[in-house]
Design a protein around this ligand. Structure first.
Ligand SMILES: Cc1cc2nc3c(=O)[nH]c(=O)nc-3n(C[C@H](O)[C@H](O)[C@H](O)COP(=O)(O)O)c2cc1C
Length: 256
């Protein structure tokens, strides 16, 4: 059983690849949470996996909230997570390990995979070049091919890219990010470009966009996955001045 979250497709690609390798099932965390579906039964010996992107050097809050509410009939005998990041993950392993240990479970394996960058909501953050993005995807696929057999064998391992100053990033920067940098009032739409197609509303994993008058309105519970920005076909959405001229990225789609 694999629970996953993905805003821009990188982690979805990883979750689908792992699920194919393990012949396992996938559940999209925001959908399960929306339906209030937190009770699951694992078959004997079944692996429990989580796949998600790194948001400010930690798992997204939505993922941690889901783990907190998740109810299993029995303790999983092999629990792992796999995460995607643009660069590095800080002390994500420590945060996730604590979350599962609070449930009485234990973490058996974890690894991080570098994938194309998706966060461009602040000055100084930019997307990878098309060449670099493809290089990251190719390397990620190689790493997955090495690690999937380890998951099949239920190997215990940890292969995380922590980066520099991991404690500072995870325990000081992350809480600040969650508090101040997920403010969706900075999103706006260029009405000359917007075609009212509704794609931004459809791709928002947490249903934070409505279109009462044919243009998107953000409702205040954004998780900053940036799916609305990256997936707008006419590039009509911006986040303050931070995103202007930075292009778009979605897994498998050409960069613009
Ligand atoms: C809000 C946000 C915060 C991010 N923070 C980090 C980070 O701390 N470290 C990092 O290496 N990448 C970071 N990234 C990049 C993503 O982790 C990376 O691009 C990931 O593969 C996106 O996965 P997705 O396409 O499944 O959403 C961040 C992306 C977003 C949207």
């Amino acid at each position: 059983m694999i629970f996953y979250f993905s805003g821009c497709g990188n982690s979805k690609h990883m979750a689908e690849t792992i699920a194919a390798g393990l012949n396992d099932t996938l559940t999209f965390i925001p959908e399960a949470a929306r339906e209030g579906h937190y009770d699951y039964t694992l078959a004997e010996g079944e692996r429990l996996g989580f796949v998600f992107p790194i948001y400010s050097w930690a798992p997204p809050r939505l993922v941690l909230d889901f783990v907190k509410k998740l109810q299993l009939k029995a303790k999983p005998d092999y629990l792992y997570f796999a995460c995607t990041c643009g660069d590095n993950c800080g002390l994500t392993e420590k945060v996730f390990r604590k979350a599962v240990e609070e449930k009485g479970w234990s973490l058996s394996a974890c690894f991080s995979v570098q994938m194309p960058e998706t966060y461009i909501g602040m000055a100084g953050f930019k997307l990878d070049s098309e060449k670099n993005a493809q290089l990251k995807i190719d390397r990620a696929d190689d790493l997955l091919m090495r690690n999937i057999p380890r998951l099949i064998d239920k190997e215990c391992f940890s292969e995380m890219v922590k980066g520099s100053l991991p404690w500072l990033k995870t325990y000081l920067v992350n809480p600040g990010f969650n508090k101040y940098a997920t403010d969706d009032s900075k999103y706006y739409v260029d009405l000359k470009k917007c075609t009212s197609c509704g794609r931004c509303m459809d791709v928002c994993p947490v249903q934070n966009i409505k279109m009462p008058q044919g243009e998107p309105v953000w409702l205040g519970h954004c998780i900053m996955c940036m799916a609305c920005y990256h997936q707008c076909r006419s590039n009509a959405i911006q986040y303050g001045k931070a995103t202007v001229g930075k292009g778009q990225y979605y897994f498998g789609k050409t960069l613009r």
